[in-house]
Design a protein around this ligand. Structure first.
Ligand SMILES: Nc1ccn([C@@H]2O[C@H](COP(=O)(O)OP(=O)(O)OP(=O)(O)O)[C@@H](O)[C@H]2O)c(=O)n1
Ligand SMILES: C[C@](O)(CO)[C@H](O)COP(=O)(O)O
Length: 231
């Protein structure tokens, strides 16, 4: 089974509110995107597609992919306005049997989790990593807290989100035939479950697999790198 990873790096980082896009912010002299590319390159993934802003394609090719020798990268394509648009642009280039869709903002992704995702996707066709919340979770009700939800009935969804390639391509083709901008699509599992009859299997994620979203997160990511294999 051949696998293709789509590494998403075309966001604008509004919540990160920094001069530089978060996927290019450096940790130990390497851009955040480097860490996902390193992990997927060292994993059992066969091919990699990077999706980045049109203006950043040359930088990604010359200053990241070629500089660090990420030879599994087969193409670098332009992203779109929303995450799902970027995913769709990556899917147009994806080949093989299974596809792993990963946020480059989740720079602490491990080779172990990637390989486990591949193994599970070969069996179940649709797989996402998830972790159990550590905090108490409540529904918002205006300025007040609403119902408190039993956190053991909830899970925090991560990436890579992994699918049989024909399944995910078919789901996205159907998505774009609808009024998709009104659907509030925030991940790929939603698309598969809305537009196919496939249930998405949850596998154990990794608390280190955080999504760098606000400035505090880059400090946490640096601490994880500092900790190395200790954690
Ligand atoms: N149009 C987009 C939007 C997001 N992403 C990628 O999807 C991942 C998750 O998105 P998010 O963390 O929301 O990144 P941004 O959209 O950049 O952040 P913000 O919402 O704060 O602008 C990131 O790796 C981001 O680069 C993308 O490739 N194309
Ligand atoms: C795909 C995702 O990482 C799963 O938790 C998340 O939905 C991405 O959300 P974002 O707002 O695009 O960062």
């Amino acid at each position: 089974m051949r696998s293709t990873a789509i590494i998403l790096a075309a966001g604008s980082g509004k919540r990160f509110s920094a001069k530089k896009k978060k996927q290019f912010v450096e940790l130990f002299d390497k851009p955040l995107l480097y860490y996902s590319l390193k992990a997927f390159s060292e994993s059992n993934t066969d091919d990699i597609i990077v999706v980045t802003s049109k203006d950043d394609i040359d930088f990604v090719r010359e200053d990241i992919v070629k500089k660090y020798g990420f030879s599994k990268v087969k193409s670098i394509v332009a992203g779109g306005d929303e995450r799902y648009d970027s995913v769709y642009n990556g899917l147009k280039e994806a080949t093989g049997d299974i596809c792993l869709i990963h946020d480059s903002a989740r720079a602490m992704i491990s080779v172990e989790l990637i390989n486990r995702c591949i193994e599970e996707t070969v069996k179940y066709r649709a797989v996402v990593p998830a972790v159990t919340p550590k905090d108490t979770i409540r529904v918002r009700d205006g300025e007040f807290g609403g119902e408190t939800i039993d956190r053991n009935t909830l899970c925090i969804i991560q990436t890579p989100q992994c699918f049989d390639i024909a399944l995910i391509k078919s789901a996205f083709e159907r998505l774009y035939k609808t009024d998709y901008k009104t659907l509030g699509i925030t991940d790929d599992a939603m698309v598969v479950e809305k537009f196919t009859d496939t249930k998405v299997r949850l596998i154990e994620g990794d608390y280190k697999n955080i999504k760098v979203t606000t400035p505090e997160d880059i400090v946490i990511a640096k601490a994880f790198l500092d900790a190395g294999n200790f954690l």
